[in-house]
Design a protein around this ligand. Structure first.
Ligand code: ADP
Length: 438
């Protein structure tokens, strides 16, 4: 890769981080962004610091050898197709970071449809507790290349990777790689489910048997695909691999037992996430006492099955991060009490029928908001009573008014949030504020 001849396509968090990293290293990338400059935060700083174009992707891009592409740009967009025709190298910011990172820093990479942020945060906490100099980056918030990764001193880089970030890797080789689960998600961006699965599996593209490869042994989609690869996988799971997790304990293959008795992570799905984190870090930490301490002291992330208030015996749970049906399934099975579920938002192309049996079993009423209201009303009409709202506050107040002591009011939308909110954090924070005012 010739660092003098790089352009950046798409100026969101990772694109901007890559641009400043190149500048720090003494180079001057060209920046191209489709949005007008008025819509790009910090555009005046970018114009000051770089050669940029806004509101278009011009032919100037064809002069570059390598282009770092933002994960937000679909690979079917005309500019990508044109760049591919011209045989220009297209890479993600993750691939760029891998190429420039210090050779001694090791990478632990995690992907999956659900549980990525929880698992990488637990891995980070385990390694920090054991005294390693560790950074946490990628899809979880801070871009990989915004850290001083080219310098020595970082022991472990823990990366949360979305399928979009994995789509444009080439030489990226993590020392530890894990796929947590694969369920239909982002079907509006992939040609079909098989293409999405393939994208997730590219995390193992360059992984060898010297590295650690971890997969979910209960996930048939993952198991089937993994058979085609010549990698020695390590498995975690709840049923077939029950020697690993049962009775709130994790049994590591080295005959070490870790208890989840004091873990603050709720539900079976989090037991799976914890197991994946243990498989990723036990060979590194090699101290079961420290690992147990880290498992016990980990504080779960907000917006994931977060109990935010108990009022008049009614438990309010913020699971705003549940943006697909699989996470809603796990949320529903985490409670034995009657659930009043708040669902809906912007549509990611999923078939909601898959939720019907669990909704029938666990919920007493469904409260709908957002763009998916008519699709969900049609899907769930025979399941249990439904009421639709145009206003989030009215929806939460009605769920509260309907509730009896012992009920759970659960925000677990199965949809993205962009129709009514800035993002899932905004949706979860608004939920918590309204609930605190009840
Ligand atoms: P991600 O970063 O992959 O979106 P999070 O850890 O942020 O994952 O969790 C997102 C949602 O998925 C939350 O609602 C959470 O309760 C649920 N979840 C977490 N782990 C799993 C899992 N292993 N399987 C299914 N759902 C999960």
């Amino acid at each position: 890769m010739n660092l003098e001849n790089i352009a950046i396509l798409g100026l969101a968090r990772s694109g901007i981080a890559a641009a400043y990293k190149l500048k720090e290293l003494g180079f001057s990338p060209f920046l191209s962004e489709m949005r007008p400059k008025t819509e790009v935060p910090n555009s005046s700083e970018l114009i000051r610091d770089f050669e940029c174009e806004f509101g278009k992707h011009s032919e100037r891009l064809f002069d570059y050898e390598t282009i770092i592409v933002s994960p937000g740009i679909p690979l079917t967009s005309p500019i990508i197709l044109e760049l591919r025709r011209k045989k220009i190298e297209l890479i993600s910011e993750i691939e760029f970071g891998f190429r420039i990172k210090h050779k001694d820093s090791k990478i632990i990479a995690v992907t999956g449809s659900n549980g990525k942020s929880t698992t990488v945060s637990l891995i980070y906490h385990l390694l920090k507790t054991a005294g390693f100099h560790t950074i946490l980056a990628g899809n979880i918030g801070t871009a990989f290349t915004s850290y001083p990764i080219e310098k020595s001193g970082i022991d472990y880089i823990v990366l949360e990777l979305s399928s979009f970030q994995l789509d444009l890797i080439d030489t990226f080789q993590p020392n530890v790689a894990a796929i947590l689960n694969i369920t239909p998600d982002h079907l509006n961006r992939y040609e079909n489910f098989a293409a999405y699965v393939k994208s997730k599996f590219s995390i193992f593209k360059n992984v060898t048997n010297k590295d650690i490869a971890i997969i979910n042994g209960n996930d048939d989609v993952i198991l089937n695909y993994s058979k085609e690869l010549k990698i020695n996988f390590e498995y975690f799971g709840l049923n077939k691999y029950s020697q690993f997790i049962y009775n709130k304990s994790i049994y590591h293959y080295d005959n070490i037992t870790f208890s989840l008795q004091h873990s603050k992570l709720l539900g079976a799905h989090n037991a799976q996430n914890s197991m994946a984190a243990v498989l990723a870090t036990a060979p590194i930490i090699q101290d079961s006492v420290i690992m147990q301490k880290a498992i016990d002291t980990f504080v779960p992330l907000p917006h994931r099955l977060e109990i935010c208030r108990i009022k008049n015996g009614i438990t309010f749970v913020n699971d705003s991060k549940a943006t697909n049906t699989d996470s809603v399934k796990y949320a529903l099975t985490s409670f034995s009490q009657p659930v009043r579920i708040i669902m809906g938002g912007s549509d990611k192309g999923e078939d909601f029928r898959i939720l019907n049996p669990l909704l029938k079993k666990h919920t007493v009423k469904i409260y709908l908001i957002g763009e998916t209201t008519s699709k969900m009303t049609e899907t769930f009409q025979s399941v249990c009573p439904i009421e639709a709202f145009t206003n989030f506050k009215d929806c939460i107040y009605k769920a509260f008014q309907d509730s009896h002591s012992g009920d759970v009011v659960l925000l677990s939308p199965a949809c993205a949030s962009y129709d009514m909110f800035q993002n899932y954090e905004d949706r979860g924070n608004q939920f918590k504020t309204i609930v605190s005012e009840l």
